[in-house]
Design a protein around this ligand. Structure first.
Ligand code: TMP
Length: 234
């Protein structure tokens, strides 16, 4: 299937052209990076899991009225999507204090956040994806104020759909990162939603079930990804 020209290679995915000008193929790799690629490794089977988990979540979100780039999962590691121009603003939604928020503001990990916090980060590896204010987004001309408002509304809607979905599966959706793109002048959800891009804590044990196990060398990384797949798609 991956016979078209490679258009882009990211840290966890490759994007290929297809016979259709408005569609591309996302190929999910097992490569894992952290800390702006200072740390590199492999999580065996991750690409297959992230592809299947993303498919399930994109289908769910579409059903709930969130437009996404998802068209069809083509194989274990390949997903056919609409071709978008990515908005270079990464959107993070947080329900519980963790990660860089705890570090930056000296907050205690595990404290609930009501209402959820929405943050912008500049999708720019050379700069290490810095935190942005609305005015920084305007200064850099990364998105219009209308796009930013729409992205925020959609990101909170995604949170409203995913929080109960994971709750039913005995997982706490701590936080997650989304990317949006423009397709035929419409803003749609793109990229992936997976244990690479979300924090999940087991509701019973509080254990991390996501890429934090890789970032922090916690062990049993593959098992955690398999368990997410089982709970989400099983
Ligand atoms: P953070 O606490 O490190 O800022 O991460 C917030 C959320 O965003 C977390 O669920 C992991 C996700 N994330 C990515 O998907 N890509 C990234 O490059 C980073 C830094 C975080």
């Amino acid at each position: 299937m991956t016979s078209g020209t490679m258009l882009y290679e990211g840290k966890a995915k490759k994007i290929f052209a297809t016979g259709h000008p408005d569609q591309v193929l996302q190929y999910f790799k097992d490569d894992a990076t952290a800390f702006n690629a200072l740390k590199r490794g492999t999580i065996l089977g991750k690409g297959v899991i992230n592809n299947k988990v993303s498919e399930r979540l994109f289908r769910l979100l579409e059903q709930q009225g969130v437009p996404t780039h998802f068209i069809e999962r083509k194989s274990d590691r390949e997903m056919l999507t609409k071709k978008v121009t990515i908005v270079p603003v990464e959107v993070v939604v947080r329900n519980v204090v963790a990660g860089s928020l705890a570090k930056r503001l000296g907050l205690k990990e595990g404290e609930p956040i009501h209402p959820p916090l929405v943050e912008w980060y500049y999708k720019n590896d050379a700069l290490g994806d810095p935190l942005l204010s609305d005015e920084h987004v305007r200064l850099l001309n990364l998105a219009t104020p209308e796009q930013l408002a729409q992205i925020k509304r959609l990101a909170l809607k995604v949170n409203g759909v995913l929080q109960p979905f994971f709750g039913e599966r005995k997982m706490i959706l701590v936080d997650f990162k989304l990317e949006f793109g423009v397709h035929k002048e419409a803003l749609i959800l793109a990229d992936e939603i997976s244990p690479d891009t979300c924090r999940f804590w087991d509701q019973t044990t509080g254990e991390s079930m996501d890429k934090d196990r890789f970032r922090k060398d916690m062990g049993r990384i593959e098992e955690a990804y398999q368990e997410v797949l089982r709970r989400v798609c099983g």
